[in-house]
Structure formats: structure tokens, C-alpha cells
Design a protein around this ligand. Structure first.
Ligand code: MOS
Length: 725
């Protein structure tokens, strides 16, 4: 549909409901435990059985033989399905390693069997009786070692870019920096594990699961099971966190489907926490070399960013140089990414893939450069702002206010009180402040919805959009309420069901803007249907206070709907915008830390994020997204690291005791400010993504604050105390 109408005819611009701080409409269901997550789905008349997965105990090789006889004889066991017995299967389009089937082992804890029993405990006990004989092969598990053999991936991954002559400009620049930074493998570590219930009815399969992307999962499950996609009904109404780990079909859904077929019963499978780190995806580690050259006045003349990461054969890059192509001016530039083959578990998207680890390096390099130049790091970033794509200057940003974020943030945070490195001390604590820019691209995906108006005047939205804790239910209700001229309590929202129109889904921070734009489009259709039915002129029709008006006529919506109700359905899609304009989101992170002078322990004291991300659809849910992201960035800076066993090829710390995510006590004070802006090129909502922006740059701001406190520059995350002493 078209949306390039004057602002005054876009009902969203009224901002009667959209943009308001409405508490989440699913909040009560969640806080009272009535929101049904996948594993909890329960029909008292259904005899559920429980599946427990068995993960491979080697990283690479073959299963020579598998003895499941003892497991089959164990109490309560209904079925044991093994990967060799299932045989080779096609894998899903979005999966790098197969999820189940055949005798090849591609990574540690790849699923090789599922044991189904009457109870969860019986299934778990029997799973321990499965005996496997492996032919183990040698794998490569160390990125540092594999770096030299890393290759340039195919063009679809855009591994290199260049403008001007970097090498020459860098050679002649009066002030230069050439440093290498590393980021570790990280895990999504969401609260709700990957979990599914599968129930067969003849050839028809119903799956309750925990998925960010309903349609991707449905397609890939059909491929993996080799059945018709239309025969699968997939539901994921509530999700206890995803962070990218639930973008792509995972083994729980596949094992539940095979287990249910074998046991002839509906089967529940949740991945046990110890299996998750190695069975599912993770954010790949990176090695990043950054070179910057500048004039003495602070103008960057040369900037280069190279990144190395690894993945299983057929896998992809961690695109850590993305932001460096767009964030700062500089006539001479180059970026490059190289991919090594590693036989660790599959790498894939984790919140702000690319930019999150990329900014962990770039924004420390910028801080180092500012210091070499003797320029305030806020000022250095402002000097090098650009309003156009620096690699393709004919492409302006649709809207960019990094400078505004930096200025407002430094004023609100009290940045002028920052001292020289190591100069502030309170008792045993060294105090420091750090800043970093936030940057994340704004992605646009097609998104559809169906909106019904019934004879009670109630508006019901149906879309396969998901709510991974982000607030989708609420902003979708606000959008429909604004468009149809009703209050939010007159709107019902149904999400996460494959029977509904295909949405953008939840990923890449595109979900909020794109899914509400899809609801907008469906509401336009519904408004047209209402106007047409009443014989109203659709040019002057107004939807307000539960009524529809045209000229001097006004009809209550309930009456307009008639006994059978009315429906509008549409999908919104953007055209060639990315060719002409660059769409990105911007922010500034400010952090104050205290570092114990004796132990090297770092404590965060205050954090402030200023975000410029288009229209904020709901300041409560948007703020929650940003403070959650800032918390994740604190983990990235200080504690989160999957520890690689480079002899056996696995992540050793595979639980929440060993993989340390921040807790409340780690985060004393967070503030978020949103710039008052709209981006008319992003969608009729004029909003952009904010959920990943909040993570981008935070870890570097913390690293820079630690440097300011101590005078010690750490370039290898996480900044644990051993690296400071
Ligand atoms: Mo995000 S990593 O696309 O869920």
C-alpha cells in the first residue's frame, strides 16, 4: 500500500493513543502466571508425554552405533527415537547445522536422540542409559589459530568495502591508531528455554513453541519433517525472551514432532539448560583490527576496520564492521571481514548481530583516538559526524541526530565533571566516566495483519507477529485504537499463530515499526470497508470516540459493523528506499563506574542512554527495551563469555551459574531519554527500531569509563578483574 500522504491525513499523527505511556496490556496475564508459555500449554484431557533430548558428546565425527535397549526398557518409557534411525533429513533454510537425523555429528550437544516417557523424570533417567559409540574426528575450535586460514566469504555477505585510498591516507596522517580488539562467544541466555509441544492428528501437526518468527519456523519445520507446510499449525503466543536465539527453528520442535509420532501421544520437549549453550546458536567471537588516522584538528582522514570470526561449514560472518561503514566521516576508508571454519556449535544472530560486537571495538578505538588527539571524546564524535553514507555520499540518512544525542546526554549526565584518567578516587574506589555512540541499522520487512470490527464495536487484530517481552501486544493495540477511533480496551490482539497473516516477526529491531505498520495498513482497509458500507465519502471520514463520521452524519462503530461484522486485511511493503536513503538509529551512552583499587572489581554506578530512533510508539515499553539492552551491554562488558574448550570443542560454562548475566545488584541506576523525532521514510508509523540500539555501544562506554577510572586500557572483553591488575 501507499503511505506517502500528507501528515495530516495519517491518523497515527493524532497521537491520541499511539505514543502514550500505556502499561502493557498483557502485563496482568504475565505477572499472575496466566500467560501460557509453550511448555505450560495444558489441556487436562490430553495425555501428554515428555521428551528428553540426548546431545552428542563429541564435536565432530560419526555415530558408529547406538544402543537404546536399556533406555527402551526403563520405567515409563514410551519411545526412543535416534538420529541414525531417523536418517538423513533436509535441513531448514535458516539452519546451518542439521537439527536432528543421520549419523554425522557436526557439533557438541547436537541432538542425537529423544527419549519419550510418561513423566519428565522418567524420560531424563532413561536418556542417561543411551549408549553411543563414536568415531571422533579432529576439529578446529580456536579462532586465533583458524584466523590465518580465514577466507573472504561470497559476495552475498558483503565482506569488503572501500572508498578513497585508505593505505595512503593512513600513512600520511599526523595522528594514527592501530589496535586489535577481541569479543568472546556469547549466549542469548534467555529465561525461557527453547520448548515445544507437538501433537499429531493423522497427517496434521500442531506445535506450541517459543518462536520469534512463526512463518520461518513453519517453513523450516515442514522441510525438516518433509511434510506439507499447510499441514502444520504453529503457535507461539508468549515468549520468555529470545534475543535472536529463537529466530530460527530449533531442535526442541523437531524432537517433539518425532517423539510424538513414535509415542502416538502429544509430547513436550524443553531443552535442558545444560544443553542450550551447545545445542542452539550463539554470537560468534570476533578479532577486530581497527586503524584510524586523523588531522590534528580531529578530522578523521582514514579509517579501516577488519574483522575475523568463525562458523561451521556453510555458516556466516559476524558482521562486526557494519557500523564502521556508516558511523563517521572520513574520505579514505576500508572494511573487510574474513570467515574461518570452526567446529564449535552454530554461530548466528544475537541481539544487534554485527553492530553489538563491532561497536565494542570501534567505540573504544574512537576513545583512544580522542585521547591521542587531546580532544574530548564527545567533541571528537561530533567533529566526525556525517549526514550522508560516507562510502556513497549521494545517499543521505533519512534522519540522523547523533550530535543531538551526544549534546543532550553530556549535559544531562554531567559529563563536564569527568577528570583525567586515574585522577578521581573515593576511598578504595577509582571513579571514571565513559561515553560511546550507539548505532544500529533500521531494517524494513513486509508485514501483514487482519483487523475485524464486530457488532459490539470491538476491534480484533490478528497477525502472526510475536511478543518476545518487547510490548508488541500493546503497541499493536494502540495502533488499531488510533486508526479505528476507539480506546485500547475496545481492542483485542491475537498474535503468534500461523493461521494469521504473516508479519515481519520479532528480530533485527524491525518488529515494532514493521508490525504496527502492517496493522495500520489493515486498518486502512477496514476503514474503507466501513465507509463503503455506509456510503460515506472516504476522503472526509473520521473515526473518533467509537463512531464514524462524514459530513453531518455519524454512526456508532457497532452499528456500522452490522450483525456479521467487517474485516480489513493487508500487507505493507517498502520499495526502493534503501537505494536512495540510509535508514539507521542513533544514540549516546554515558556510564560512570567505580573500580576497586585493590581487587580490580568494576561496579557500574550510573548509566544514561539518549536514543534517536524515530517516533516512540510507547515510552514505557520502549524504555524497558533500552534498559534491558543496557543491562545486556553491562554483561558484555564485564562478565559474559562462553569459555571454549579448545581441545574438545565445546562451551564449558553451559548454565547460568557459569555464564554470568547481570543481576539487579549490578545495575544501580539507569536513565533513558528519547529524542522527540519522527522518520517519515521508515513507515506510516514514522517509528524505527529501538530494541537493539540500546545494546549498541554500551559495553564500549563501560570499557571507556574503566579506562578513565584506572588508566588501564583493556581491549579484550569481558573486562574481568584479572585483566586490570
Ligand atoms: Mo534479533 S538477533 O534479529 O532477534
Amino acid at each position: 500500500m501507499q503511505f506517502d500522504r500528507p501528515a495530516t491525513t495519517n491518523p497515527i499523527d493524532q497521537l491520541k493513543v499511539v505514543g502514550r505511556p500505556i502499561p502493557r496490556i498483557d502485563g496482568q496475564l504475565k505477572t499472575t502466571g496466566r500467560a501460557m508459555y509453550a511448555y505450560e500449554w495444558h489441556d487436562p484431557t490430553t495425555p501428554y508425554a515428555y521428551g528428553y533430548p540426548v546431545g552428542a558428546a563429541i564435536a565432530k565425527g560419526r555415530i558408529k552405533s547406538m544402543d537404546v535397549s536399556a533406555a527402551k526398557r526403563a520405567p515409563g518409557v514410551l519411545a526412543v527415537v535416534s538420529a541414525p534411525e531417523v536418517g538423513e533429513r533436509k535441513k531448514g533454510r535458516f539452519n546451518t547445522a542439521k537439527l536432528f537425523g543421520g549419523d554425522e555429528v557436526q557439533h557438541y550437544h547436537q541432538a542425537i536422540a529423544v527419549v519419550v516417557a510418561e513423566t519428565f523424570e522418567q524420560a531424563r533417567a532413561a536418556a542417561a542409559l543411551v549408549k553411543v559409540d563414536y568415531a571422533e574426528e579432529k576439529g578446529v575450535f580456536d579462532l586465533r589459530e583458524a584466523m590465518d586460514s580465514a577466507v573472504k566469504p561470497d559476495e552475498s555477505q558483503q565482506p569488503d568495502s572501500a572508498a578513497g585510498d585508505f593505505e595512503a591516507a593512513f600513512r600520511t596522517a599526523p595522528i594514527t591508531l592501530d589496535e586489535t580488539y577481541t569479543t568472546p562467544d556469547q549466549s542469548h541466555a534467555m529465561m525461557e528455554p527453547h520448548a515445544s509441544i507437538a501433537a499429531w492428528n493423522g497427517e496434521e501437526l500442531t506445535v506450541w513453541t517459543s518462536s520469534q518468527m512463526i512463518d520461518w519456523w513453519r517453513s523450516d519445520l515442514a522441510t525438516t519433517l518433509d511434510i506439507d507446510k499447510q499441514k502444520i499449525h504453529l503457535m507461539s503466543p508468549f515468549i520468555g525472551g529470545g534475543f535472536g536465539g529463537k529466530l530460527f527453528l530449533r531442535a526442541d520442535a523437531v524432537l517433539a514432532a518425532f517423539g510424538a509420532k513414535a509415542a502416538k501421544r502429544p509430547v513436550k520437549v524443553a531443552l535442558p539448560r545444560p544443553l542450550m549453550m551447545n545445542n542452539t546458536t550463539h554470537r560468534p567471537a570476533t578479532i577486530q583490527r581497527i586503524r584510524i588516522g586523523a588531522e590534528r584538528d580531529g578530522k578523521i582522514t582514514a579509517i579501516a576496520h577488519e574483522s575475523w570470526s568463525g562458523d561451521l561449514p556453510g555458516g556466516g560472518l559476524e558482521t562486526a564492521v557494519n557500523q564502521t561503514r556508516l558511523l563517521y566521516a572520513g574520505a579514505n576508508r576500508m572494511t573487510a571481514m574474513r570467515l574461518a571454519t570452526l567446529h564449535l556449535p552454530e554461530g548466528n544472530a544475537m541481539r544487534a548481530p554485527g553492530e553489538a560486537p563491532g561497536l565494542m571495538a570501534l567505540e573504544v578505538a574512537i576513545d583512544e583516538m580522542a585521547e591521542k588527539l587531546g580532544i574530548n571524546p564527545v567533541e571528537f564524535r561530533i567533529i566526525n559526524d556525517t549526514q550522508v553514507d560516507p562510502e556513497k555520499p549521494e545517499r543521505p540518512f533519512s534522519h540522523r541526530d547523533l550530535v543531538g544525542c551526544m549534546k543532550l546526554g553530556s549535559e544531562r549526565f554531567g559529563w563536564s565533571a569527568r577528570g583525567r584518567p586515574g585522577s578521581k578516587r573515593e576511598g578504595d574506589w577509582l571513579i571514571g566516566m565513559g561515553v560511546a555512540a550507539a548505532f544500529r541499522n533500521n531494517l524494513l520487512l513486509p508485514s501483514g495483519a487482519r483487523v475485524r470490527l464486530d457488532r459490539e464495536g470491538v476491534v480484533t487484530v490478528e497477525t502472526d507477529m510475536t511478543d518476545i517481552g518487547t510490548g508488541s501486544y500493546t503497541i499493536i493495540a494502540q495502533t488499531a485504537a488510533e486508526m479505528m477511533g476507539v480506546t485500547v480496551d475496545k481492542v483485542g490482539v491475537h498474535l503468534g499463530d500461523s493461521r494469521f497473516p504473516i508479519s515481519a516477526g520479532s528480530g533485527g529491531q524491525f518488529g515494532g515499526n514493521c508490525s504496527t505498520a502492517g496493522v495500520y495498513a489493515a486498518c486502512v482497509k477496514l476503514r474503507e470497508a466501513v465507509a463503503q458500507k455506509l456510503g460515506f465519502n472516504s476522503e472526509d471520514v473520521v473515526f473518533e470516540n467509537g463512531e464514524v463520521r462524514s459530513g453531518n452524519r455519524s454512526v456508532p462503530l457497532a452499528e456500522a459493523a452490522g450483525p456479521d461484522g467487517l474485516v480489513g486485511e493487508d500487507t505493507i511493503q517498502w520499495g526502493e528506499l534503501s537505494e536512495t536513503h540510509q535508514q539507521s538509529t542513533f544514540g549516546a551512552h554515558f556510564v560512570e563506574v567505580a573500580v576497586d583499587v585493590a581487587t580490580g572489581e568494576s561496579r557500574i554506578r550510573r548509566m544514561l542512554a539518549v536514543c534517536a530512533a524515530g517516533r516512540i510508539l510507547n515510552p514505557i515499553t520502549a524504555r524497558s527495551q533500552v534498559i534491558g539492552a543496557m543491562t545486556m551491554g553491562a554483561g558484555g562488558a564485564l562478565s559474559e563469555e562462553l569459555a571454549v574448550d579448545i581441545r574438545r570443542g565445546l562451551f564449558v560454562n553451559h548454565d547460568l551459574a557459569g555464564y554470568e548475566v547481570p543481576v539487579h545488584a549490578d545495575i544501580p541506576h539507569q536513565e533513558v531519554i528519547f529524542m522527540d523525532e519522527t522518520d517519515p521514510m521508515s513507515s506510516p508509523m514514522k517509528a524505527k527500531g529501538v530494541g537493539e540500539l540500546g545494546l549498541c555501544g554500551v559495553s564500549a562506554a563501560i570499557a571507556n569509563a574503566i579506562y578513565n577510572a584506572t588508566g588501564v586500557r583493556v581491549r579484550h572483553y569481558p573486562i574481568t578483574l584479572d585483566k586490570l591488575i
